[in-house]
Design a protein around this ligand. Structure first.
Ligand code: 4AZ
Length: 833
């Protein structure tokens, strides 16, 4: 029944006649009667109207959904692919998409692709069309894009169908598609095109270039070097060489945004962007002295630059030349007692589809020890690998000087790379050893490494597998752990389980002046409620009366969410949900992906681009400082205290940024100071709150050698034994003279309680200690104000500021540093950073 007839529409009928008349002529005053009489009909009309409106709304809704939203439920899917046409010969005209020859062959390829997809009923339904993008030699390789419009729910099935179908044509066995068409295809490969490469929101540009003979062509990001690359762009460079050659692409400048999710360059071993032939995706900075260099398999390569709407970076410049792949050393026979070899193109990226085999043979009766000073072989599930003596495959990044020992005078080493994701490769050395004495005059670890005999039972894991610390008979200066480890005596009862079995922490109790944590750890009473989690369970910060946002042991996001994880900032994970823990992360990275202080070594140029040298004007280096923004430096308050010289006056100072060698001041960036803000609570007697801020008279421009260090959050914690780096031009021995070249040294965080004991109770919670307690490595005079840097999530954080110490590099006398997380709020308040 039509619902409209259910009383919604009023058609006067015979039986209604009287009622109708009565309605018309009843006196107005008899309203009640009127209502009573009209009641059922009026309700029916109202109900009818409501239902009518609902039905109309439903119809409109269905139509809107059908014509508007339904189309959004379809996805545009683009597959890029390549295939080899075995029964055609390449002609030069195929390089020109406007030529009749190109268009003729492209048409044939497109129609045969259509036939190929028609072999799958599913693909036939959603196939839109194919476009041939390019051809290259061999016999003829066609590069294409195929479009599909796919309902969302079918996307995975279509991916699978494309993959299944192309697999049947992927073998080297040529097939004529459905026995139709004249072209015979093989090596059909397809990949889903990354959606970032075909977003309509981006401007698309494509360049083609053919490098010939010994010529060297240049490709540059748009605007380079005069202006930054444009936002929201996809730029592609299709690169070709002559037949029989491979292409070598060397980026001599590469300066993109740090975050590859925003801007990136991809290099493909193909003429279309296919993941199967993706050699690398790169962003950030690479040094001209250590250029990124890629080698193709054949005479084609594709470079893509994808940018989003923010970030203002110079871009890249790369040289393209031709090489003969077989001229790169790859494998061979190696003899003699020692020697070395490396992956092709090392230390630059090895090429895809490479297999090299080295046969090493040392004098009879000796065994082979193989060491890898550098080993970086793409980690994609060991798709690329090094295999030694037919045993398990090595891949990924191995520790420096990773070692493998053989038990014969012969060894084979195979290096294999597949079609995608390349890396820098490896360098290797081999040497013969006496089977009876594998570590002459050294201690042999269980993992076969050799370490100095003095490293045995010294409390540190030098072997990497702790075997140098096992079965130790400790002398009286060491704690004898039950598990037979020895640990330095000052680790006794310091609240940290250094032995691993708790021996060093039993029967400790807590002494006067100490606070007992809920986990029985003892810490200095001064550390209770100081805003740092000194007890590993954080119980020293519980029940504190101070007002805090979230708690002291959490990170407060912009959206007021509290993150309990340690050091959540800039770790690549959006812990806050609003990205606030991942904002302002363009810091703490050196420009170059290359890789005084007492006991240190020369830094590499640009390795610590936040390091500043503070000079008294026209005189010499006095203190260090760290760049935290284009305008602000952090240094030590004791560096800016007046004595005979007015150190507190900005006009006293000149700051050198981007300096490496004190002799090369003229090449560094010099700035004068606008203001100096020492911490108001700095105590010149105790060195408590030893921190100061310096504002530059004008902003600096960041470069490869000038960039900021990250500031830790107020809640960041450093655990004892964490490794940190100190840098400076200070004295290289106690009482000695300053360094010319910037020095770096690695020290470890020392537990606050231990340190307070070693420093006779002079440590406050605004200080932290770091050093090597056996002595020999430390900051020293002239390093003050400089950074103690902590590496977290591949960024360096300003954990501390060099402050004071009892001499330099003395045994059991760590260096004392200002605890920067304590001053995070103050820094923000004064500088806005
Ligand atoms: C100084 O005088 C100084 N060993 C800095 C650090 C240390 C000692 C002295 C730590 O600048």
């Amino acid at each position: 029944m039509d619902p409209m007839d259910g009383g919604m529409r009023y058609t006067p009928g015979r039986s209604d006649k009287d009622w109708d008349q009565g309605v018309t002529f009843l006196p107005a005053s008899d309203n009640k009667k009127l209502e009573k009489k009209r009641g059922p009909a009026r309700v029916r009309v109202i109900v009818g109207l409501v239902i009518l409106a609902a039905v109309l709304a439903l119809i409109v809704g269905v139509l809107v959904w059908h014509f508007h939203f339904r189309k959004d439920l379809n996805l545009q899917k683009i597959y890029t692919g390549s295939l080899r046409i075995t029964n055609q010969a390449f002609v030069n005209e195929y390089e020109n998409p406007d030529s009749a020859e190109f268009q003729d062959l492209a048409k044939q390829v497109s129609s045969q692709l259509k036939l190929m997809y028609s072999e799958s009923p599913l693909l036939t339904k959603y196939y839109v069309g194919s476009r041939v993008q390019a051809f290259s030699e061999g016999s003829v390789i066609a590069y294409y894009e195929s479009d599909f419009t796919v309902p969302v729910g079918q996307a995975a099935a279509v991916d699978q169908a494309v993959s299944d179908l192309t697999n049947t044509y992927s073998s080297t066995k040529s097939r004529r598609i459905a026995n139709q068409g004249v072209l015979i295809f093989d090596h059909v490969v397809t990949s889903v095109l990354d959606t970032r490469l075909f977003s309509n929101a981006r401007t698309n540009t494509r360049f083609s270039q053919h490098t010939r003979g010994t010529a060297e062509e240049i490709i540059k990001s748009p605007g380079f070097p005069d202006s930054p690359y444009p936002p929201n762009s996809v730029v592609q460079w299709q690169l070709r060489g002559d037949q029989g050659f491979a292409l070598k692409l060397s980026f001599d400048t590469f300066n993109l945004e740090q975050n590859c999710a925003n801007d990136f360059v991809r290099v493909y071993d193909s003429l279309v962007p296919m993941d199967k032939f993706l050699l690398a995706e790169k962003c950030g900075y690479y040094s001209p002295s250590d250029p990124l260099t890629f080698i193709s398999t054949r005479n084609v390569m594709l470079v893509t630059l994808v940018t989003n709407d923010n970030g203002n970076y110079p871009g890249f410049r790369a040289r393209v030349s031709q090489i003969k792949r077989d001229e790169l050393p790859c494998g061979g026979t190696l003899t003699g007692s020692s020697g070395n070899f490396q992956s092709p193109n090392f230390p630059n990226y090895y090429s895809p589809n490479t297999t090299c085999q080295w046969n090493i043979e040392v004098p009879a009766g000796k065994f082979i020890k193989l060491k890898f000073p550098k080993f970086m072989v793409s980690t994609e599930s060991c798709a690329d690998y090094v295999q030694i003596a037919g045993k398990s495959k090595l891949c990924g990044q191995l520790a420096t000087n990773y070692m493998v020992t053989g038990n014969s005078s012969k060894m084979t080493v195979v290096f294999y790379s597949d079609s995608s994701y390349v890396d820098r490769g490896f360098s290797a050395t081999y040497e013969a050893y006496e089977p009876t004495d594998p570590c002459p005059e050294m201690y042999q670890c269980e993992n076969k490494r050799c370490v100095k005999p003095t490293m045995r039972c010294d409390g540190w894991n030098d072997c990497g597998d702790s075997s140098d610390e096992k079965k130790c008979q400790c002398d009286s200066s060491m704690i004898q752990c039950k598990n037979s480890f020895c640990k330095p005596m000052f680790f006794l009862c310091d609240g940290v389980n250094d032995c691993g079995d708790g021996t060093d922490e039993i029967n400790c109790g807590c002494k006067t002046g100490e606070f007992k944590c809920s986990n029985d750890q003892c810490i200095s009473e001064k550390m209770k409620c100081d805003g740092n989690r000194d007890c590993t369970d954080g119980s020293d910060e519980e029940g504190c009366s101070r007002e805090m946002s979230c708690t002291v042991s959490t990170f407060t996001c912009n959206n007021n969410k509290c993150i309990t994880k340690n050091n959540p900032q800039c770790d690549g994970q959006d812990d806050c949900g609003d990205g606030s823990d991942e904002s302002n992360c363009n810091c703490g990275k050196k420009a170059f992906k290359s890789s005084r202080v007492v006991g240190g070594e020369d830094a590499v140029v640009g390795e610590f681009p936040w390091q500043v040298s503070l000079h008294i004007k026209n005189m010499a280096h006095v203190c260090g400082a760290s760049i935290i923004s284009e305008r602000w430096l952090v240094t030590a308050a004791h560096c800016v205290q007046d004595d005979k010289i007015k150190y507190s006056q900005p006009s006293t100072w000149e700051a050198y940024l981007g300096l490496h060698t004190q002799k090369d001041k003229q090449t560094a960036t010099k700035r004068f100071l606008k203001q100096i803000i020492p911490h108001p609570s700095y105590n010149p007697y105790t060195y408590d709150n030893d921190i100061a801020l310096m504002e530059l008279d004008s902003a600096v421009t960041y470069s490869d050698t000038i960039r900021p260090i990250c500031l830790p959050s107020g809640t960041d914690v450093y655990n004892s034994s964490d490794s940190v780096i100190i840098t400076g031009w200070g004295a290289t021995r106690e009482g000695g003279s300053g360094a010319i070249v910037l020095q770096k040294a690695r020290v470890r965080i020392i537990n606050g309680t231990t340190c307070d004991k070693l420093m006779s109770g002079q440590i406050t919670s605004r200080m932290m200690c770091a050093g090597v307690l056996t002595g020999g490595v430390d900051a020293c005079q002239g390093d003050s104000g400089g950074p103690l840097a902590y590496l977290s999530s591949e960024r360096m954080y300003l954990a501390g500021v060099v402050s004071w110490g009892d001499g330099c590099a003395r045994k059991n006398k760590p260096g004392i540093y200002t605890n920067v997380p304590k001053f995070r709020g103050w820094i923000k308040e004064k500088t806005g950073v």
